[in-house]
Design a protein around this ligand. Structure first.
Ligand code: ADP
Ligand code: MG
Length: 686
């Protein structure tokens, strides 16, 4: 079986399973094999309660005290039990599992594993712990169990079976690296690495498997870049755009002699900042010039990148050609669509945009695809749905990716492959250090927006202990009284996405209970269906919601100028860049905005101190690189730049350098080299 074989061909994958897999972007056997565990559970010896740190994953051997209680709370059945090991007591809570009562009987002992938490008052509890009898635990003690991102209907057990089959079926695929280079860089075999990731015998093997796969991700990425470059030859622009031609003949308005872009600029309620103007000059010069555009537009959150993307798309449309704008999330794509459509209406420009995301279905999807294929859509705005096979562009001449650090490598190259030589503009709020940018992108040109539009007041940021939550709530309330809106961010819990929902909905309930009634509080999680998310976001944008409780799904690019406060719970669990991105959800209008970081624990984390002092994204990115420790294999990744499935260009910078060197050596031996692992290229050499 080849890596690009459809997962449907795999034993055990029917049409339904294929559908849920596709929702997680698993289309091929290779995609499945790259669906690496998010973390590994090491089944450690039980520890005494008194020695466990709240907030961490703990293994406890507890004796059940008393009968426990089961009751209904809202739509849920809750069960509580008390457990003790002599050194301390822990309350064990289960949702919708009334039957555990039959097992967790008074006097019986079990091994419980879960995140140990502490209530404000200092008593300890665990929610939804997994539990085992002594005999059961004896069997798995000391082993590593992979845990996967949850997929509806495919639990970890079934996932392992599928992966087992996929590994067996692909056993024969040859290694991408010649033996001598593999040895020289101290890498284990590729198939072995894949197997070890999913079925790790021990930690050491896992380390070398991970190193090999990270190497491969960088390696194939760099091979792809190098080849693209050589294929592009002089990288000449095959069909430069023209300014102000109004080539779309069906549009007779003569007042547009200054061009459509000029017309749009005149209709805006603001003028471009100096930096925006300069960046637009650069982008326009690329599009109309002799060399193919390959440009990174970087600018802090709120620096006004979107309007530049719109200008580029309009220039393209004016020349009768198609442009695509790709966003990393459904919500953001929709927001761009609305923003774009509103701009076109206001400016009176005849540019037709269509939206193409995963939730555009049925007739609407068919129509959108048709419009893209026959060219009646000038602009296509969407998510990763944009590069699925079925999408054929009539004349794709510009690809823009927003928040590019959020996309996988495959996704970016995938879209660029839809057109022959397509100018590419990537926009990012997370600047990449220059040295890395050169390895990764080579000839990439960079435009930077280093100032924010005028009239913005810097966001006031404050980090406080979570015992001060009451103060924070009072502050939120005072802002809402002024007619403003507020975000509250809860971290996604490591325990899996079911608990993420529990977390957000529990939090929302608590928030409701502690604030005056009558406030309009909504919540949103990554697990909601795209339509639901959109509805919640729309309500919030329209000002119908006072407080939006959410996980980091709102992190990327959302723009609601009336939101002036963002409260981030458990801020210590987020990475620096991520916190900065989250903070950027406010401070988008004329009003003074605030960001409150709540942290648990006694000491203020250094990251939060940096954020209190600075709001400069470029500075923060540097600090991020500096403060980040070595990769935490067993922890949850908090990377600000998840470009690859496993690799992180900051943490794995050393491997990146080696992989770049190795790629160049391989190409010097064989300029036509194609790795089997490479994504979205032809696999003919396998
Ligand atoms: P980002 O760079 O984070 O994508 P956006 O493009 O979403 O930022 O812009 C943030 C806000 O700033 C938007 O409401 C946009 O209309 C506004 N904006 C952009 N450029 C200017 C400008 N030159 N003057 C005033 N407001 C601007
Ligand atoms: Mg943006």
């Amino acid at each position: 079986m080849r890596l690009d074989t459809s997962v449907q061909k795999l034993k055990g994958v029917g049409p339904r399973a294929a559908e849920v897999l596709a929702a997680k972007e698993i289309y091929t056997v290779g995609d499945l094999l790259r669906f690496y565990p998010v973390e590994y559970d090491l089944f450690t010896e039980p520890e005494p309660v008194a020695e466990c740190a709240p907030g961490s994953l703990c293994t406890l051997r507890l004796l059940i005290i008393g009968k426990g209680s089961t009751f209904r709370k809202g739509a849920r059945v809750m069960s509580h039990f008390e457990g003790s090991d002599g050194s301390g007591r822990v309350r064990l809570t289960f949702y919708n599992m009334p039957y555990v009562r039959q097992t967790l009987t008074a006097g019986a002992a079990f091994i419980f594993r879960g995140i140990l938490r502490s209530t404000g008052a200092g008593s300890l509890y665990m929610e939804q712990p997994r539990f085992f009898s002594d005999v059961q635990y004896q069997r798995i003690r000391g082993t590593l169990q992979p845990r996967y991102r949850q997929i509806k209907g495919i639990g970890d057990g079934r996932m392992r079976t599928l992966l087992g089959t996929a590994i067996e079926e692909t056993e024969g695929i040859r290694d991408d690296l010649p033996d001598d280079l593999r040895e020289q860089y101290g890498l284990i075999g590729q198939r072995e690495a894949v197997r070890t990731m999913h079925f790790p015998p021990d930690r050491e093997s896992l380390q070398s498997a991970r190193r090999r796969l990270i190497f491969d991700e960088f390696f194939s990425f760099i091979i792809g870049i190098r080849r693209q470059k050589s294929r592009e030859g002089e990288r000449s622009n095959p069909r430069p755009l023209k300014i102000g031609t109004g080539q779309k003949m069906s549009f007779p308005d003569r007042s547009l002699s200054g061009g459509w872009c000029e017309k749009l600029l005149q209709s805006l309620p603001f003028t471009l900042t100096q930096e925006q103007s300069r960046a637009w000059d650069e982008i326009r010069a690329d599009l109309t010039g002799p060399l193919l555009m390959n440009r990174l537009l970087q600018g802090d959150v709120g620096s006004g990148k979107t309007i530049l993307a719109f200008l580029a798309l309009i220039l393209c449309a004016e020349n009768g050609r198609q442009g695509a704008l790709m966003a990393p999330t459904e919500v953001l794509a929709r927001q761009h669509m609305e923003g774009f459509t509103a701009c076109m209406q206001k400016a009176g420009l005849p540019v037709r945009a269509v939206l193409l995301t995963g939730s555009v279905k049925g007739k609407a999807r068919k129509e959108a695809l048709q419009a893209i294929a026959d060219g009646s859509a000038d602009v296509v705005i969407g998510t990763h749905a944009l590069f699925q096979e079925a999408v054929t562009f009539r004349d794709l001449s510009l690809v823009i990716t927003d928040e590019q650090h959020r996309f996988g490598v495959r996704q970016r190259t995938g879209l660029a492959d839809k057109g022959e030589k397509v100018p590419v503009l990537v926009m990012s709020a997370t600047p990449i250090p220059r040295t890395l940018a050169i390895i990764l992108y080579g000839e990439l040109q960079v435009s930077s927006l280093r100032e924010l539009p005028p009239g913005r007041q810097p966001i006031k940021s404050l980090a406080m202990q979570d015992s001060q939550r009451g103060r924070a709530y009072r502050f939120i309330l005072s802002e809402i009284k002024k007619g403003r809106q507020c975000y509250v961010i809860c971290p996604a819990v490591e325990e899996g996405e079911m608990q993420e929902i529990e977390n957000v909905s529990d939090y929302t309930e608590k928030l409701r209970a502690s604030l005056p009634s009558g406030l309009r509080i909504a919540s949103m999680t990554g697990r909601m269906r795209p339509e639901e998310k959109t509805a919640v976001m729309d309500d919030f944008s329209a000002g119908n919601t006072d407080i939006l409780v959410s996980t980091t799904v709102i992190e990327v690019g959302i723009n609601v100028p009336n939101a002036t406060v963002i409260l981030i719970e458990n801020a210590e669990r987020f990475g620096l860049s991520q916190l900065h991105q989250l903070r950027g959800r406010v401070g988008r209008g004329q009003e003074q905005s605030y960001c409150i970081f709540l942290y648990s624990g006694k000491e203020k984390p250094e990251r939060l101190a940096i954020l209190e002092q600075s709001s400069n994204g470029f500075y923060i990115a540097e600090q991020d690189l500096r403060t980040r420790g070595p990769g935490d294999l067993f922890g949850v990744r908090q990377s600000g730049l998840p470009q690859f499935s496993l690799a992180d260009i900051y943490e794995d910078a050393d491997i990146l350098k080696e992989a770049a060197e190795c790629a160049d050596r391989v190409l010097s031996r064989n300029p036509d080299y194609h790795p089997a692992q490479e994504r979205v290229v032809d696999y003919s050499t396998i």
